[in-house]
Design a protein around this ligand. Structure first.
Ligand code: ZN
Length: 352
């Protein structure tokens, strides 16, 4: 009887994650093929973003996608059998060597990471077409708030966080193991619309207290955070000392808010892993010392491998850019995910 109980407990222990996900053992598989798409915060108010006198107009038209484009992309990804996985489940540290790890997906589904850069809602861009900040409503749902002239606009459908949450609520199998996206975050102007940076001498502590429950809920709902540097500088233009200062600022100011992360996402996709002799550069060593294990660049071809190839040195993942530019060019690399022609927001975007 006791033996039976032990077996029963072991069974429940081993298989409960599968029971929770609603999948039996023969309904999922492991894959090393992981795609990674990224974009920036969405254009929430295209009429403002693309107004002729908006100084950010050209930048937004190049670097960002609209809320409607994002909605169409989500539908297409789902129809094309992609499902979300957690970037942290795709690698592990084996005795100091970072190795790729096969990630679990339901049979017939393809593993996808969605990530979002520069999620600080820079105060300099406020009122120019993006939302002001992420908030939680009284029911614990994510929304955005934006000052539009004299009105405060609260929306559940104009930024990637509430939009992806709503999409997964309707299509739970898009996130079979409760994984959402990766939020790649800087620190120079705070995070998620809250001015948590040390340079804010006015109400920093208040802002930190306000963002804490938001970060907590995001993590509970399956979102994760990666470092996108502190100041979003061009890595190659900083001296080693300046770069170390950057890394330290992230550790001191941002890590206490979002928790430790092993993922580093290079601003502008610019990286400096080796020195001119082919050894690990000082800058890269600072990142390693800070605990980063996976490094993400930018590239339209799928690349998730080691630098240099064949030597298990630095695990590097490229991310495909989804922005106005790649949509307009109808980049061939996007077609497995969605049809850029179908996605492109002809209604809102100015002709180039
Ligand atoms: Zn960036």
């Amino acid at each position: 009887m006791k033996k039976l109980l032990v077996i029963l407990i072991a069974f429940v222990f081993l298989f409960s994650p599968l029971v929770l996900s609603g999948l039996n053992k023969d309904e999922y598989e492991y894959t090393l093929t992981v795609e990674h798409l990224f974009t920036h915060c969405l254009i929430a108010y295209p009429n403002i973003a693309f107004a002729k006198d908006n100084p950010m107009r050209q930048n937004y038209n190049m670097d960002c996608i609209t809320k409607d484009e994002f909605a169409r992309i989500l539908n297409s990804l789902y129809e094309n059998d992609y499902c979300l996985v957690d970037i942290n489940d795709t690698f592990e540290n084996q005795n100091g060597v970072i190795v790729k790890k096969a990630v679990k997906v339901p049979k017939g589904k393809k593993a996808l990471i969605l990530s979002f850069d520069d999620v600080n809602y820079d105060h300099k861009k406020m009122g120019l077409g993006m939302v002001d900040k992420i908030i939680l409503d009284e029911n614990g749902k994510f929304a955005t708030t934006t000052q539009i002239q004299d009105n405060e606009d609260i929306s559940y459908s104009n930024e990637f966080i509430p939009m992806l949450e709503n999409f997964v609520e309707k299509h739970p199998d898009f996130s079979p193991f409760n994984d959402m996206g990766t939020i790649n975050i800087t620190g120079y102007d705070g995070i998620l619309g809250y001015r948590t940076q040390s340079k804010n001498k006015v109400n920093r502590q208040e802002e930190i207290e306000k963002v804490k429950p938001i970060v907590k809920k995001l993590k509970q709902n399956g979102w994760n955070f990666a470092s996108h540097s502190y100041g979003h500088y061009h890595m190659n233009k900083l001296t080693d000392e300046q770069f170390l200062e950057e890394v330290n600022l992230w550790k001191e100011e941002v890590e206490p808010l979002v928790g430790k992360t092993k993922v580093y996402v290079y601003p502008y996709g610019e990286w400096q892993v080796f020195d001119k002799y082919g050894n690990i550069s000082n800058k890269h060593q600072y990142l390693l010392d800070a605990g980063f294990e996976l490094f993400c660049g930018v590239g339209m071809k799928t690349f998730y491998d080691y630098l240099p190839n064949k030597h298990n040195k630095v695990l590097f993942m490229d991310r495909k850019v989804v922005d106005g530019n790649t949509l307009r060019k109808k980049d061939a690399c996007l077609y497995p995910f969605f049809d850029p022609e179908f996605v492109y927001d002809y209604k809102s975007r100015p002709s180039v």
